[in-house]
Design a protein around this ligand. Structure first.
Ligand SMILES: C[S@@+](CC[C@H](N)C(=O)[O-])C[C@H]1O[C@@H](n2cnc3c(N)ncnc32)[C@H](O)[C@@H]1O
Ligand SMILES: [Zn+2]
Length: 385
């Protein structure tokens, strides 16, 4: 069937809904990832203004070729690769139908990345300024190749949300060499586990991989890492790794920037001893505020998810810098209260003099500089408001 996305028209296998995407032998296409792709294109456009030298884009797991096609339509020199020969044939015909230039390869992404550069068998232009990893599940098998061979930017999607957020803890430990914990801020836990692993991987090559934009939905985490090959910058980024100590009894959490964990034996708030320690996690900023604003300016009307993308990016732009967020419903359950409208809840915190914002992680989540006790005392029950 034919699909229109961001001003390119392309052929994909017959429709499957989001949950069934990738099931069976068909070339993969997931319509529910259009939001992710719209933000990718806006980011590529914004990045080209930030670094006008960037020209080349590797769509490292191309499937139908949709990302490569849309990047080519935005002016990038694209290479699309996939291990599935049917995918490569489809990507090639989709490029041709749109009269877009682009190289297609039927190769493993790691092989393409390790053979890229001026001596490459597939052309001297194949030093990739931007590499996009969009695998099934975890991106870790491709992280070394991408972070050690891309020039400017590595875009990463991870769909293994259960291992990332601690719901499948052993798998998370194996894959990410860190200890994730299952908490009520699981989407942010997952993102910070992913960033920790990617930043440590890049650091092994004396490279700083700084997240300039990140977002999480129920099904995936997505991040854009800008590379800088100064070892001192890699050191600075690594100094943003550390631990979160979370009290399961009162939901207080504390974080520390450190290479070693110093978990408290009891919670300094409720004196409970059910402390979960997660880490090493990346505790720094998951986005650059000015760049996020810049990306918003490149969301354009032909994008199918333009409104959702802009609204999500606006929330991300304004999020307070804390490594964890709260969930109003979870707190209300804890305090046997009924929840109030989020806008009113945030306003109550602000009126009391605290910094407070919604977050993009969920409709009931927020960030604040208030402690649990302060949040409890300055916000109200629905019966009181
Ligand atoms: C999630 S899909 C990619 C979706 C696509 N980027 C999009 O936006 O619609 C993952 C693709 O990775 C391909 N793949 C799996 N292992 C690979 C590898 N080692 N190198 C390159 N491609 C691979 C699969 O054949 C599949 O087409
Ligand atoms: Zn406690």
């Amino acid at each position: 069937m034919n699909v229109d996305e961001g001003a390119v028209e392309f052929t994909v296998p017959a429709a499957r809904d989001g949950a069934d995407a990738g099931v069976g032998d068909d070339v993969f296409y997931n319509p529910t990832q259009e939001l992710n792709r719209d933000i990718t294109i806006a980011t590529l456009r914004a990045y080209q203004e930030r670094e006008p030298r960037t020209e080349t884009y590797l769509d490292a797991m191309t499937a139908s070729g949709v990302r490569g096609l849309r990047a080519a339509a935005s002016g990038y020199e694209v290479t699309c690769t996939d291990t599935d020969p049917d995918a490569v044939a489809l990507a090639q015909s989709n490029l041709k139908e749109n009269e877009l230039d682009g190289q297609t390869l039927n190769m493993d992404a790691n092989a393409v990345l390790y053979q890229s550069g001026p001596e490459s068998p597939y052309g001297p232009e194949s030093i990739f300024d931007i590499v996009d990893l969009d695998p099934f599940g975890t991106p870790i098998p491709f992280a070394d190749a991408a972070l050690s061979n891309a020039r400017n930017l590595v875009c990463v999607t991870a769909t293994d949300t259960a291992p990332l957020c601690g719901a499948h803890q052993q798998s998370g430990i194996r894959t990410y060499s860190t200890l994730p914990q299952n908490t009520e801020y699981h989407p942010e836990m997952g993102l910070r586990v992913l960033l920790s692993a990617l930043i440590r991987t890049a650091a092994r090559y004396d490279t700083a991989a700084t997240p300039i934009l990140s977002h999480v939905t129920r099904h995936y985490a997505r991040t854009y890492l800008e590379l800088d090959t100064r070892a001192t910058h890699a050191d600075e980024l690594v100094s943003n790794l550390g631990y979160v100590h979370h009290c399961e009894d009162c939901l207080t959490r504390r974080h520390e920037f450190s290479h070693t964990a110093h978990p408290p034996s009891i919670c300094n708030h409720c004196e409970g001893d059910r402390i979960l320690t997660a880490g090493p996690l990346y505790l720094g900023s998951v986005r650059e505020q000015a760049f996020t604003r810049h990306v918003r300016n490149h969301i354009t009307a032909e994008m199918g998810e333009a409104q959702k993308a802009d609204s999500m990016l606006e929330t991300i732009e304004n999020e307070i810098e804390t490594p964890t967020h709260y969930d109003q419903h979870r707190l209300c359950k804890q305090w046997t209260r009924s929840a109030i409208a989020m806008d009113e809840f945030i306003e109550q915190l602000r009126t009391a003099g605290f910094d407070a914002t919604r977050t993009h992680y969920s409709g009931t989540s927020f960030k604040t500089d208030a402690s649990i006790e302060q949040i409890k005392s300055v916000t109200t029950d629905s019966n009181e408001s």
